[in-house]
Design a protein around this ligand. Sequence first.
Ligand code: GLA
Length: 400
Amino acid sequence: MRIVTSLSVAVVALASFTVLAQKAAAQQVAQTPPMGWNSWNYFAGKVTDKDIRASADQIVSSGMKDAGYIYVNIDDTWEGQRDASGVLHTNDKFPDMKALADYVHSKGLKIGIYSSPGPKTCAGYEASYGHEEQDAQLYASWGIDYLKYDLCSFIGDVMEKQAPNDKAAQMRIMIAAYDKMDKALKATGHPIVLSLCQYGWDAVWEWAPGIGGNLWRTTGDITPRWDRIYAIVSQQSGLEGYAGPGHWNDPDMLEVGNGKLSLAENRSHFAWWALLAAPLLAGNDLPNMKPEIKAILTNRDVVAIDQDALGKQGRHAYSDGEVEVWVRDLKGGALAVGVFNVGSDRYSTHPFHLDLSKLGLHGSQAGKDLWTGKAVTLTDNEPIELGSHDVLLVRVDAPK
Ligand code: GLA
């Protein structure tokens, strides 16, 4: 009898220890916004095992790894078919996922993957509906460190079918689906970042942290166009209170270096993501990255704003016509100030005059221009010459 009692005490103690260990592991991921690279924005459905290996190589040789880019994330189109036991296999583009994960890990990087709570992914590939536990175990067996879980076919095939014309019920079904995958992932005991991709529906920022989400998309998809990037940024105001260590607003993956974005636009895009404490998932063609794009993505001072340990998301402080001033509080009382010329009708020949009192500052502020690396002093009413779509990004270590 005594033996049985001691044994059950030991079993209970072990179980509680396991739960505690899992919780601790879950809390440790994404203490700062995740940084890495994702295949979708450049490769979309064409991505292969070879591209992922080449990108991992390039992350190391370009210095991106040293700058903090750690996750190499495979987006949609890696999935094959399920076998008779329901186990998902990869398609021909990814002959051996475990070997690929081992390769990425051998570079000191982490690897991410993609699925949907629906029967199919957005690109029409096999997804996790009805196989959540099985898929979570599969990811753990491969050593996957990050899952992007994209709503896609769950909308039409599950939410709308199970609760036709009842939006509130549809949203509850959606939340339960994310919760289910979070529990399945945690049950594996393997630490993993959970990225919710459901385009910001139903104020996801209010409930995602509660069901284990480490980051959540706040909008629909980004494209490498200024108008789209600016529209996404404009939808981030007011969300700053929801972000913090372990749980972040995600205005979508970076388009730096993609499409026809000008250098100024690439700078502004990156500066905004840093001020917003956004995940920094580059999405460009790494083996063919131009030096000026590499310089933006690996700018240590700008990355440090994004990764600041205080974990406080920045905010839009004020606007003056087509100029917007954004600020972010940093650890140790420092401040990041971003001045953006968002329009196309104000030229650098007509300078903008900063009003420091609107930022709660008084007198000259000693700072560093994070693009030139030079010391600057921000003074009240000082003229700032900014080209269209360009940004002045300054760190003030001791604001007054
Ligand atoms: C959705 C997501 C994108 C990408 C594609 C893949 O559109 O929002 O980020 O993952 O699906 O099909």
